[in-house]
Design a binder for this molecule. Structure first.
Ligand SMILES: [Zn+2]
Length: 368
């Protein structure tokens, strides 16, 4: 089976995002299935359209996935919907599910209507995707691991389950009235980021002495944990796309993959979650998903790509996270301003050079 997975660079400066284009073919390139997983920012949305046109030679995208409503993933997708022919949208529409969680979020003073409004206004980018899909009569598939199958060849939704999603959505910032904008307005976020930048010291880490620890349960946001997690089986070459999912969400996905009858630890490709943040991954889940550490001279057995901004370090990617993947047999590559293509042997030659993997770092951030 032929496949090409392209991670596009997202964002300016130090803010990261995700945008992944892919296509795959089971008839040796006669016909292709084209997908887009997240569209980054608006600027990235334009890049997605030209990438699909220039490299895949088509105006038609079989499916797009809005993994979660955060701006760095969702906003570019509206550009894609406006410019290209899209056949299916996979996403979550929290404003449609209010009946399922109304009782657990309100003390009676909030009406259902105002809750729906809050969810639409609190997630304007995802809501725009939903509106455009409706305007263009594109079917919206509500992507849950225990829901209806998306009917896309090779693809399984492995997270989140409906219940896990609802547990996350009741804690979304949009419901709890602290929106990203209000945090930014108070300058709190800026202050925190500056503090984080100043605090970086370095400690040494070796292959056999892992400094990455399992993150706390609430280390990443509920929005991130609500991410759609995608598993593709390209004729035995297994690919996992994690978006911004945290440890608990990844544990659920691992359960689902096993339930589907696929073994873990035999991936060809695993996306490093959340732009390489150490809040989303730890030794325990990594050992389960991709396997325990291997000896330093072993050849890489799978690839991971970290979608991280050019100046995203030390947060994106965190060097302990990059090392943790390398230690478990991964070839680790970060976008950091470039488009990275991971592909099967035999795909059309684009004349691109080989991407340099990240080195194993002997000094990592001491930022606990
Ligand atoms: Zn993100």
């Amino acid at each position: 089976m032929l496949y090409e997975v392209d991670f596009l660079p997202v964002g300016e400066g130090e803010s990261s995002g995700d945008s992944i284009c892919l296509r795959y073919s089971s008839d040796n390139g006669e016909s292709w299935i084209v997908g887009v997983i997240d569209g980054g920012t608006k600027v990235t949305g334009e890049k997605v359209c030209s990438h699909v046109r220039d490299n895949y030679g088509t105006e038609t995208i079989d499916f797009i996935v809005c993994t979660h409503p955060d701006q760095d993933h969702a906003s570019g997708l509206s550009v894609v919907l406006e410019e290209m022919t899209v056949n299916k949208v996979l996403m979550h529409c929290p404003w449609d599910y209010v009946d399922h969680f109304y009782d657990s979020v309100t003390d009676g003073r909030v009406t259902k209507e105002s809750l729906i409004q809050r969810l639409k206004e609190g997630h304007p980018y995802a809501h725009r995707v939903y509106e455009l899909a409706n305007e263009k009569n594109i079917p919206v598939h509500h992507a849950f691991s225990d829901g209806e199958a998306p009917n896309i060849p090779s693809l399984h939704i492995v997270g989140p389950s409906g219940n896990y999603y609802l547990e996350q959505v009741v804690n979304f910032r949009s419901i709890n009235e602290i929106t990203e904008d209000s945090i930014e307005n108070t300058g709190l976020l800026k202050g925190l980021m500056e503090a984080a930048r100043k605090a970086v010291n370095w400690i040494s880490e070796s292959w056999d002495d892992e400094k990455l620890v399992d993150p706390a349960e609430d280390a990443t946001s509920n929005e991130n944990n609500s991410s759609i997690i995608l598993f593709f089986d390209f004729d035995g070459k297994k690919h996992l796309f994690t978006a911004d999912a945290g440890v608990q969400a990844l544990e659920e996905a691992a359960n689902k993959i096993e339930e589907l009858g696929f073994p873990l630890q035999e991936f060809s490709f695993v996306q490093t979650p959340h732009h390489g943040s150490k809040r989303n991954i730890g030794p325990t889940i990594l050992n389960r998903l991709v396997g325990s550490p291997v000896s330093k001279d072993s050849a890489a057995s799978f690839t991971t790509i970290i979608s991280a901004a050019k100046d995203g370090e030390p947060k994106h990617p965190n060097k302990r996270v990059a090392n943790a993947f390398a230690r478990r047999g991964a070839k680790v590559i970060a976008t950091q301003g470039s488009t990275i293509c991971h592909h099967a042997n035999g795909t059309p030659d684009r004349g691109w050079g080989k991407a340099d993997p990240l080195p194993f770092y002997s000094d990592v951030e001491d930022d606990d």
